[in-house]
Unconditional design. Sequence first.
Length: 447
Amino acid sequence: MKEPISITAISSISPLGIFQDDIWKTYQNDSSLLRIERIENQNAWVGSLTAEGKKEIEILKNTDSKYRNLDKSVLFAIFASRKAIAKAGWTPKDNFGINIGSSRGATELFEKYHQEFLASGKVSTLASPTTTLGNISSWIAHDLQTQGPEISHSITCSTALHSLLNGVAWLQARMADKFLVGGSEAPLTAFTVAQMKALKIYAKNPIADASSKLVQQEIQSSLAERPALSLSTTLKSGSVQASRSLVAEQSRSLVAEQSRSLVAERSRNYPCRALDLQKTQSSMVLGEGAAVACLEKGVPENALAIIEGIGYATELLEHNISISTDAVCFQRSMKMALGNTNLDEIDVIVMHAPGTIKGDISEMNAIDKVFPHKKPFCTTNKWKIGHTFGASGMLSVELAVLMLQHQKVIKVPFVNYNAVPTKITRVLVNAVGFGGNAVSVLLKRKE
């Protein structure tokens, strides 16, 4: 880094809440915030906004008639951006730059307009302007009345951290003094969930998983230990044949009930097993939200954390969603972000860890390669709030900043830790997306 860049404010809206104090308090408990919800024609595990967050978005939507036609991804970003610049003390006269991205963009609106087109062959006048990729940053610039540069991009799940890279580049090039960076995602739609399920990486819900061979084997084993259902209790009601049918029906009902109970018990606490390296099936869950950060040159008095290093890399693809066994892209991005920093000085790594088998293991393998002697404390937040795609990297940065501020790590409750740092000075944050594009950001506590 040519000169230090500081994060002077960070704000978000997610399943964790909307206020930093509440978000930190929510991180203190070991409960997952993921729930099964009805997404049009299917049930799925999701991480949705809190009731308070949803209410605030509805209020925002009704403050301006033009906002009623905007996608949730835009509204989430506007809400978080307003709060962030208020914390940082920025005004429109600062003419700060904006780079807020999204992996999927205006997902809900796009699906809605496409359905209209399939049904009638026509679309609404606002179909194009409200679903373009630049929609988010341009509306934030309109809302905040800044005259600085506005950039939008989509680099899959590493979108938000790429926004941070761009902000750092603009500031170090002295083309701007302040930059608002982050990501927003509203992917809880039937089509998006169906796409993730088609990849065979989504967490199973109790009803869908109850018919699996493994579950059925466990149920049969359980039933074998129970007393057999007797015909004698049913002979008075009719023929032996009818009695047998009744017993068979009772048995099927018992199997079905036990199947649902077993699967529900397994997944009730932690449907997304992010960072569980022993899991036998992928367990990614989608979440919604937005997170933005205010970047400034130097180390001002109100700095929350200092960006000490940035790294990025892309690896060759074997197929559209591939990542190598030891995540070469992560090895390169982490080494670049670390620079000449003593490896023993890295206290925590906030991993990307999406909850998929290969994704979690390959990232951990990369960490083992980069830190061969002493591995830092590793954590993630996707077990708690799900994977928010383009917003996930900045929500990880938020977690890192909170841990630096409060000097306390957040554990993954189903992971066994050998040691826990008592002092946190540096945190490394990782993100990667489809296509093997990895980003790593090294944050340092302000002295």
